[in-house]
Design a binder for this molecule. Sequence first.
Ligand SMILES: C[S@@+](CC[C@H](N)C(=O)[O-])C[C@H]1O[C@@H](n2cnc3c(N)ncnc32)[C@H](O)[C@@H]1O
Length: 253
Amino acid sequence: MAFGSADSYARFMGRFSEPLAPLFADVLTEFDGRLLDVGCGPGVLTAELVGRYGAARVDAIDPTPGFVAAARNRLPEVDIREGTAEELPYADDTYGAAYAQLVVHFMKDPVRGLAEMARVTAPGGPVAACVWDHGGGRGPLSPFWSVVAEFDPAETRELNSAGSRAGDLARLFGEAGLVDVIDGELSVTIHLDSFDEWWAPYEERVGTVGDYLSTRTPAQVTELRDRCHAQLGDGPFDLTAVAWTATGRSPQG
Ligand SMILES: C[S@@+](CC[C@H](N)C(=O)[O-])C[C@H]1O[C@@H](n2cnc3c(N)ncnc32)[C@H](O)[C@@H]1O
């Protein structure tokens, strides 16, 4: 899947993930040692963690080269590597805590990715992840996908993404061997001045939305846009998006 450039990502998803980062960082409060941001993208959560705990305590990793470059540019003092959650290039017990903000549903093998996060976290140290509530229709892209569903009911990629339904993320944590698993949710509300402000990043063909729109004809894209416009109105309006969270602890021994 094409995530687009770091700038496109910031316009499309960053407008939701930036305000989510401080809320998600608050989810873990008790840990020692170094922190790892898995699937850091252009560095939204990494920057939040650096602001709180200092660059010397934070590492990050992401498989998308353009995002790694943008994150390194934003945070030159942080060790940011290129790689996936499923094969973390760190020794066992390197970190006091590990985070994955909006990443589990992109992992090819979410259980393996979470198990790797547990492996590199010291025994008893916390691991946290969050995924938008795509399955429950409360994600930032849900207004778009609900309109798609009206005339393309076979299109279910977002609805069925891993960890995006109630209880699913906590179940994946359990399967990955994490203990003391607790689930919860976080919500962010952003203000949009107009429908055009909401739609503009959709023209940049980012992520799953971009993949879907690339399969549509220009006339179909226009129809989709018009239906979204009818649904959301001219604006201004506020949009609230909800993310599921799960936390757990790396098992002893
Ligand atoms: C929605 S973005 C989230 C980025 C960042 N954490 C944020 O909150 O803005 C999803 C990120 O997951 C990364 N990703 C995709 N597959 C991954 C995998 N198997 N392991 C780790 N990260 C992955 C992508 O490169 C992308 O940066």
